[in-house]
Design a protein around this ligand. Structure first.
Ligand SMILES: Cc1cc2nc3c(=O)[nH]c(=O)nc-3n(C[C@H](O)[C@H](O)[C@H](O)COP(=O)(O)OP(=O)(O)OC[C@H]3O[C@@H](n4cnc5c(N)ncnc54)[C@H](O)[C@@H]3O)c2cc1C
Length: 378
């Protein structure tokens, strides 16, 4: 019988918890480390909801990865008995003639994604919560769902532990160093562990742990704002999550408790985070301005006074594509970071790919366009 590979997963957040699950499921001896504990809200995974959508604006290369993620989300729910996604579709709205909307439509058609185009009148009848400006269109992605991020991270980490993984909570890793005779040294305040391979999934902390990444990961503070509807029937007839590109680049998700709607803005509105451990989690009243504008212009049946505002953080790359693969020149160190505001839906697929890369050295899943040493462009 062959000896199982010992693999460290550094950062048991969105990607790391799934990597631990998939590695343990493939028979690895897994040691996970997190500076906090699974399900915390100090990084990229907080805020109670995430959008899953198959119709991805901009990059058809994600479609096979989204299909893999879809399958594995179902498997994680089945193995844990937890309900992690609420199905109900997802809307994408934008200018009908924009290159992004055209690409979304052609990709959805080419890949046979279950979707429906809604013009302004059809949207007003079906989803009167939203106003659509002249010349804009909506696409309903029927595979769309809302994911519960904290529950998902905890479910994946717990499942990994049931399968034999160890998790060192409240244990920040200080250094990841290639070992002289092969393998990797993991340095914490409690000592140094030796493993065969390491998967680094520290999200917005990546520049602290790996300051020499081949591509820049720009860490930004992302503010979300929760609003109550002013009409009792706002949720009647279904209220899918949504993404809008113009005139306000934003996203929204009816909250899982069914009483409010969470809104968030796009990259251009996010402030830089120079030091992740000192993320400013206090949201000032003047940060509400853009939320007020978009409510007034696009969703006037939401109360502009929020019932909650919270700040999170995320790493962004220039291309918007994450870095996924071996660190250049390092056969035993795999990095997954820079998910640029849209990685959560992919996280189980990233876990499976991490397991392939750590255990076999390669993956058959199509992630070459995300290679850390590449340009990050498709
Ligand atoms: C507000 C917001 C809304 C979003 N909405 C969506 C959406 O609707 N749909 C979607 O698909 N994506 C969305 N995203 C993006 C998605 O949530 C992120 O891409 C994803 O969570 C990134 O996961 P990660 O594993 O890289 O980081 P994290 O989930 O932050 O995990 C990093 C982990 O590493 C740990 N860690 C850090 N440093 C160390 C260390 N030195 N040693 C040990 N542990 C360490 C941290 O404690 C943390 O647990 C959103 C992001 C934000 C911020």
């Amino acid at each position: 019988m062959s000896i199982p590979k010992r693999v460290a997963v550094i950062g048991a957040g969105s990607m790391g918890s799934q990597a631990m699950w998939r590695l343990a499921a493939h028979g690895a001896e897994v040691v996970g480390y997190d500076r906090y504990a699974p399900g915390h809200d100090r990084g990229a995974a907080g805020g109670e909801s995430r959008i899953f959508r198959a119709a991805h604006l901009g990059e058809p290369g994600y479609i096979p990865l989204l299909r893999l993620a879809d399958e594995l989300w179902g498997q994680l729910e089945a193995e844990t008995g937890r309900s992690l996604r609420r199905h109900g579709g997802s809307l994408v709205m934008g200018e009908a003639d924009s290159p992004a909307m055209r690409l979304l439509l052609s990709t959805s058609a080419a890949h046979g994604l279950d979707h429906e185009v809604l013009d302004r009148d059809a949207l007003a009848r079906r989803y009167p919560q939203h106003l659509l400006p002249d010349g804009h269109t909506a696409v309903l992605d029927r595979l769309g769902a809302v994911i519960r991020p904290e529950a998902s991270v905890q479910a994946a980490a717990t499942r990994a532990e049931q399968l034999g993984a160890q998790l060192r909570r409240y244990t920040p890793v200080r250094e990841v160093v290639p070992a002289a005779g092969g393998g990797v040294q993991i340095v914490t305040d409690h000592g140094t562990d030796h493993v065969d391979a390491a998967v680094v999934t520290v999200g917005p902390w990546v520049n602290t742990l790996l300051p020499d990444l081949p591509r820049t990961v720009d860490v930004r503070r992302v503010v979300c704002s929760w609003h109550l509807p002013t009409r009792h029937d706002w949720f009647a007839g279904g209220a899918p999550s949504f993404v809008r590109s113009t005139p306000h680049d934003c996203f929204g998700i009816p909250s899982p408790d069914g009483i409010s709607v969470k809104l968030g803005l796009s990259f251009a509105r996010h402030l830089p985070v120079p030091e992740p451990e000192r993320l400013d989690r206090t949201v000032r009243p003047d940060e509400l301005g853009t939320f007020h504008e978009l409510i007034r212009e696009l969703m006037p049946d939401l109360n502009p006074d929020p019932i909650r505002m919270s700040a999170y953080m995320e790493g962004y790359t220039n291309s918007g594509n994450p870095l996924v693969g071996h660190l250049p020149g390092e056969d035993d160190i795999i990095v997954m970071t820079g998910f640029s505001g849209s990685g959560f839906k992919l996280s189980p697929a990233m876990g499976e790919i991490a397991a392939d890369l750590a255990l076999d050295g390669h993956t058959d899943h199509p992630v070459d366009f995300l290679a850390p040493a590449g340009t990050g462009a498709a």
